[in-house]
Design a protein around this ligand. Structure first.
Ligand code: 5GP
Ligand code: MG
Length: 184
């Protein structure tokens, strides 16, 4: 494997760089077909979306605009606190816009349930939820993704934008962290 002092903290690789690239391209193609005549507004959920968003919008090749929102329901732990906070608000009017939400992982659903309600309250014309990963086993809110990259088991995953305590976001694949790393 290539140079990295983070690989040693990974228990197993779930999806390789190559698998992610192929899946993101297929997702981009699907979005192109759906939104080619709509000038959609991609809204990425920071910080976890940053790598996926960068690859997805380049895979999509749609005339579109980008925006970000910062949301947090984690306090450096591995479990959602359930209370979602806006850490960085939208910087523009989204009235009547077709929104493509770009999220790293759909877990309990608290974050996206909150965001969907928030975007509708701001006048969005439609909301399409795109998530790289879906962990359906842990859902607490009745929310589903319109487009999901991969399903993952009930394990804490990192890489390709996903962090543990702000680290491991730059791991290029998606892997399961060794439990001893976060139970220290
Ligand atoms: P939810 O609100 O659906 O429980 O969680 C959404 C957020 O929790 C995601 O945006 C992500 O930041 C974080 N999250 C949930 N599961 C995982 C995981 O397995 N690994 C990492 N790194 N973050 C997760
Ligand atoms: Mg997130």
């Amino acid at each position: 494997m290539a140079k990295s002092n983070m690989d040693q903290d990974i228990l197993k690789v779930l999806y390789t760089e190559e698998e992610i690239k192929a899946r993101v391209q297929a997702m981009g193609d699907e979005l192109y077909d759906k939104f080619a005549d709509k000038n959609p507004l991609f809204v990425g959920v920071l910080n976890g979306c940053f790598i996926f968003m960068a690859d997805l919008v380049r895979a999509t090749q749609l005339k579109s605009e980008l925006e970000f929102i910062g949301l947090s329901s984690y306090n450096n732990g591995v479990k959602s606190s359930g209370v979602v906070q806006i850490t960085r608000d939208l910087q523009r009017d989204i009235t009547n816009r077709h929104i493509i939400v770009v999220e790293d992982i759909l877990d309990s659903g608290n974050t996206l349930a909150f965001l969907k309600k928030y975007l509708l309250s701001k006048g969005a014309a439609s909301i399409t939820i795109v998530t790289l990963l879906d962990k359906p086993s842990r859902r607490e809110k009745a929310i589903t993704a319109d487009l999901a990259g991969f399903e993952v088991p009930d394990e804490f995953v990192v890489g390709y934008g996903l962090d543990y305590a702000q680290q491991y976001r730059n791991v290029p694949y998606i892997g399961v962290l060794k439990p001893e790393v976060y139970s220290k």
